[in-house]
Design a protein around this ligand. Structure first.
Ligand SMILES: Cc1cc2nc3c(=O)[nH]c(=O)nc-3n(C[C@H](O)[C@H](O)[C@H](O)COP(=O)(O)OP(=O)(O)OC[C@H]3O[C@@H](n4cnc5c(N)ncnc54)[C@H](O)[C@@H]3O)c2cc1C
Length: 436
């Protein structure tokens, strides 16, 4: 049985490795000259940056976490998370509900008051159950936390109104603290939230791509880079997959590339399916990488909800994840800017984006312009799935069609779900175990 895997990101490569271990003959078809997808990294002048945004290795899923850590083996630095939210020129502990004592007193009062009043109202049945993400935020956290942090931050990262977002995905993804922790944190007793991420791993050398290389090591011969799939046709019981010049034949075909790239490769897709796929929302990403002389604050990463501070929604400090990703005496800063495909950010030049981020970092007192010794920009067309209110209806139409066409979907933009690396590997493991 020969299996063609479309897309050579983390999902495609892990799938190829696990299928090969079970004796399958596999070929991975990857459009780009390098495999790795969102989990690639680049080293230039001694700085290593992840090109799909700053990545860390963590998971609640013990089996998957053990797999990732086994892959990077000794090439691992373990870190304690020290994450902040930049709010009114203060660095507030993350998650926000665990950092209330860092807030100015009036905001601290508004947050705890709103939280407790909402709890009581929910308890008395006075609040109707939420029907969208914005209502869920108010229902779960109260108006103080909602308006100081949750709504501004979420609208900045998703680039989408929270009242037009679905709430089916929030459980397990957004920290929901116990009441006692919120009260403790408001009066200044140290608490920790989102604890399965409070210690994380990162490769010492090579950035997050080191994980990819370790996974791909035994399957090098099966990977075809520079093979952009443009057509997929049924041929008897098998498939013919082409890049326009060359045809690869396979008994089965598994998609890990974005659905938006899969459907145009297929013949006679019904208009209703095309419309449903076109209606699926996602965000693109710009990463601005800055290398500086000297040190940066001792934080893992910082969320920046306030749009007035600048375009970036998150600032990471990779040189704290691994001591080897910046030259001695230098530090690394990675700013992530999410945006909609084709919007004003997409048309900004690299120089404009770098200047935007340097001004923002200066205003946050993270660095001074004359410390900058390195800068670069990376762009990712597919970064985040955005769960709008029609998401579940549209994705069901597309998935039903792919299933009836006989093409399994595995991975972040093939399943079109907000899957982190662990979620992708879990999907792969479950797929392989199902024996489909
Ligand atoms: C900003 C950001 C930060 C993140 N941080 C973390 C983190 O800290 N921890 C974590 O666990 N996860 C994190 N993630 C999530 C993680 O990056 C993804 O879960 C994972 O990389 C998805 O892998 P994938 O293989 O499913 O998809 P992708 O990496 O998107 O791979 C799809 C592949 O398909 C290829 N392709 C596309 N079209 C074609 C075509 N026509 N023919 C052939 N190939 C094609 C692409 O080139 C790509 O290589 C983060 C994601 C983002 C955006």
């Amino acid at each position: 049985m020969k299996t063609a895997i479309l897309g050579g990101g983390l999902s495609g490569l892990t799938l190829a490795r696990l299928l090969q271990e079970k004796g399958n003959d596999v070929v991975v078809l990857e459009a780009e000259p390098e495999y790795g997808g969102l989990c690639r990294s680049k080293t230039d002048r001694g700085f290593t940056f992840d090109t799909g945004g700053s990545h860390i290795i963590f998971s609640r899923d013990a089996e998957v976490l053990a797999f990732m850590r086994r892959m990077i083996a000794d090439n691992e630095q373990r870190n304690n998370r020290t994450t902040k939210i930049f709010y009114k020129h203060l660095f507030v502990k993350y998650p926000f509900e665990n950092g209330l004592s860092d807030l100015p007193p009036e905001d601290r009062f508004a947050c705890i008051n709103g939280f407790i009043k909402t709890l009581i109202a929910v308890e008395k049945g006075e609040l109707p159950p939420p029907e969208n993400f914005r209502e869920w935020i108010y229902y779960t956290f109260g108006d103080g936390i909602a308006e100081c942090y949750m709504i501004p931050y979420n609208e900045k990262i998703w680039k989408y109104p929270t009242d037009r977002m679905s709430l089916h995905w929030v459980d397990g993804r957004i920290p929901r603290p116990p009441v006692e922790d919120v009260i403790r944190s408001a009066i200044g007793i140290e608490t920790e939230g989102y604890t399965h991420q409070s210690v994380f791993s990162y490769p010492l050398d090579g950035g997050i791509e080191a994980l990819i290389h370790a996974i791909a090591a035994p399957i090098q011969k099966c990977i075809r880079t520079g093979f952009r799939v443009v057509s997929i046709t049924k041929s008897g019981a098998g498939w013919k997959i082409s890049n326009g010049d060359e045809v690869i034949e396979a008994d089965r075909c598994i998609c890990t590339m974005p659905l938006q790239h899969l459907l145009p490769c297929l013949e006679d897709v019904p208009p209703g399916v095309k419309d449903a796929a076109a209606a699926l929302k996602y965000n693109s990403l710009v990463c601005v990488n800055i290398g500086i002389r000297g040190r940066v604050p001792d934080f893992s990463w910082v969320y920046v909800p306030d749009p007035a501070m600048g375009m970036a929604n998150r600032i990471s400090f990779p040189s704290h994840y691994s001591r080897n990703v910046a030259p001695p005496g230098r530090s690394a800063v990675l700013a992530e800017i999410t945006h909609q495909p084709g919007d004003e950010v997409a048309s900004m030049t690299d120089d404009e984006l770098i200047l935007e981020v340097i001004v923002m970092l200066q205003n946050m007192e993270i660095l001074k312009k004359d410390q900058v010794v390195f800068s670069s920009v990376e762009r990712q067309p597919f970064a985040y799935v955005v769960y709008d209110l029609d998401y579940q209806k549209n994705i069901a139409v597309v998935k039903d069609y792919c299933s009836s066409a006989g093409i399994p979907l595995v991975g972040r933009f093939a399943q079109f779900e907000y899957l982190n690396m662990d979620g992708c590997i879990r999907s792969v493991m479950d797929f392989v175990a199902s024996g489909v």
